[in-house]
Write a protein of this length. Structure first.
Lengths: 152, 115
């Protein structure tokens, strides 16, 4: 297989499009080697939360817009970028939920941050939101001390 | 998502099939809330055929939990698939909800306690 694998999709700002978009993402991630596939549900869930944020918060109810998804898969890492052109909101400053209590909201960004190794927020040109998450998936990407067997 | 409602003694059993997400969570809230408001606050959610839950789905379950407990009942979860259970563990909601392997076990737990 040639690496990186790249995929792109444009979605409408409609919560009803979420299930199909998740299925598309899972299909794309089937390119991962079998031992890496356990990460697929994590990435799909994180994507679902980002997509919901675009529809519900960046655009808001009834506002038409588009959400652009770009996926790069390398032998070590998955990078997923979700971009909208709605209201800019820096999710990196959203308060995390108190996990000792039952909360009716606030788990979305918490899950994204928990399921990704890195999350980066941008508002290119001051318009909308672009969140890029990275998730390592390959055993070869796990840190090994110099000189350890199998390193290099 | 498909919902199915059943009554056993005074316990409401609601099974969820498919994905519970931001687009459909309110259907579950509306269905189970109506039962609680009708004086049936002992709820069991059968989730063995639920493939996916997001933060909106979690919020819906928490809403039902609070509503049922406020009415002296409870909302018990059953049959979580491994991917779904992981979401509960990450959010620590596995420590808040009563979770059983099967619907029968949750109903038996209700039966063993007075209404």
């Amino acid at each position: 297989m040639d690496w990186p694998q790249r995929f792109e999709k444009t979605l409408p700002s409609d919560l009803g499009a979420g299930a199909q978009a998740r299925a598309w993402l899972a299909d794309c991630l089937a390119c991962l080697p079998e031992e890496s596939r356990p990460v697929i549900p994590d990435v799909v869930l994180a994507f679902g939360e980002l997509f919901t944020n675009c529809v519900r918060h960046a655009y808001g109810p009834g506002v038409a817009g588009r959400v652009e998804v770009a996926l790069w898969v390398t032998p070590e890492e998955i990078a997923l970028s979700v971009q909208d052109y709605g209201r800019t909101m820096d999710t990196t400053h959203v308060a995390l939920p108190d996990l000792s209590r039952a909360n009716e909201g606030g788990y979305g960004i918490f899950l994204v941050r928990t399921l990704a190794d890195e999350v980066e927020f941008e508002a290119p040109g001051g318009i909308g939101n672009r969140v890029t998450l990275r998730r390592r998936h390959s055993p070869s990407s796990v840190f090994r001390p110099e000189g350890a067997a199998g390193s290099g | 998502m498909q919902l199915n409602l059943e009554h056993r003694e005074n316990v409401v059993i609601c099974t969820v099939e498919g994905d519970l997400d931001a687009s459909n969570y309110s259907e579950l809230v509306d269905l189970a809330s109506a039962e609680i408001e009708a004086g049936r606050p002992r709820v069991v959610l059968g989730l063995s055929k639920m493939d996916y839950i997001d933060s909106s789905g979690l919020g819906a379950l928490v809403k039902l939990l609070k509503k049922s407990r406020l009415a002296s009942g409870d909302t018990k979860l059953t049959g979580l698939k491994p991917e779904v259970r992981k979401v509960f563990e990450l959010t620590h909601l596995d420590k808040i909800f009563d979770i059983f392997p099967e619907v029968d076990a949750a109903v038996a737990h209700y039966m063993a306690t007075k209404p």
